[in-house]
Design a binder for this molecule. Structure first.
Ligand code: ZN
Length: 339
């Protein structure tokens, strides 16, 4: 976890692969599954990471996230598949989105009102990444293939891992109960075999598409510039506040991040290559000239916005110019910005 939320999106490819091992890690570390929650609406599994010093989280705390998620889905132009949620009680974990599995994670101190408020803002940004991923899945063949690998993995977890967790939750003494532990062991063996299959499919995909993966999702991958802008826009639209992400950082007591706002003036000249801020020079104009006239129909706005970003991404990739300066120029044309 780190302070720059959304960074899992640009983690090295090798680390993405490591996420395939997550359930085994959970099995080894967490049985009996006291810190896991199942039978949720928007997530097939939630893990509570209570390693922070703040109030410990319990499964009932997830309902707050679920209610927020329900409200964001209402403006999403795409349906979002169930995924995994990791909630932490360490408020240094602002939020992350994992592209490979659609996993959302965020940290909070539930005793702090400003933490709770800022976590809502960061969560909506992360769900925004998920909406953008759904758009990529629909429009870009490369992501469509990744989606099937992700779904295979998530379906495996749902079918084999969730029942193990449920068994442990309903019978906390399962490990001492011969019948119960026998069932859990069989399910675990099946789960490991199925995960192995999902892992080798992903490995082949990685080997066959190294160049494309690097261009899209590597450390300097082009997707990061677009998805960070999109995540912030979803938050701004959802809260009807173009300044909301910057306010979120201020609520956490972080240094001001004017480049995450759609209304704040930036210092001139402004040059920031971080994907969270690389397109920020266009934000105030995008908001006043393109977003404002369309704001009455949020799902439609978010669909058109994703379409423009993906068209731009594909054309910059085709032209071999996926650097931030080219993106700035091409997006300025696509949003028909008048200075
Ligand atoms: Zn992000």
């Amino acid at each position: 976890m780190n302070k720059s939320f959304g960074l899992v999106f640009k983690m090295p490819i090798i680390l993405m692969i490591a996420f395939l091992y997550l359930p085994q890690f959970l099995i080894a570390q967490s049985l009996p599954a006291a810190d896991m929650c199942v039978d949720l609406r928007n997530f097939y599994l939630a893990t509570l990471s209570n390693s922070g010093l703040n109030r410990k989280l319990v499964c009932a705390d997830i309902e707050r996230v679920e209610l927020l998620y329900d409200r964001v889905i209402a403006i999403s132009p795409y349906s979002l598949p169930q995924s995994n949620l990791i909630l932490s009680n360490d408020n240094r974990d602002l939020g992350e989105f994992n592209l490979m599995y659609g996993t959302i994670s965020a940290g909070v101190d539930l005793n702090s009102q400003s933490d709770v408020r800022s976590q809502e803002i960061f969560l909506v940004h992360e769900i925004g990444h998920k909406i953008f991923l759904a758009a990529l899945d629909n429009r870009v063949e490369f992501f469509n293939r990744l989606r099937s690998l992700r779904e295979a993995y998530n379906n495996t977890s749902k079918a084999y891992f969730v029942p193990i967790v449920r068994r442990m939750l309903t019978n906390p003494n399962c490990q001492l109960d011969t019948e119960c532990s026998k069932h859990a062991e069989i399910e675990m063996t099946q789960f490991q075999a199925e995960t192995g299959n999902a892992r080798s499919e992903l490995k082949s995909f990685e080997n066959d598409n190294r160049t494309e993966l690097e261009a899209m999702l590597g450390r300097r991958g082009i997707v990061h510039h677009y998805t960070e802008l999109y995540g912030d826009l979803v938050a701004a639209i959802f809260f009807d506040n173009p300044d909301i992400v910057t306010l979120g950082f201020e609520l956490r007591g972080d240094k001001t991040q004017d480049c995450r706002s759609f209304i704040r003036e930036l210092p001139s000249p402004f040059n920031n290559l971080d994907p969270h801020c690389s397109i920020s020079k266009l934000r105030t104009n995008i908001w006043s000239q393109w977003v404002t006239p369309r704001i009455s129909d949020k799902p439609r706005l978010l669909k058109s916005f994703a379409d423009i970003l993906i068209d731009d991404m594909e054309s910059n990739l085709r032209n071999g110019t996926p650097d931030p300066d080219s993106i700035l120029l091409s997006l300025e044309r696509r949003f028909e910005i008048v200075k």
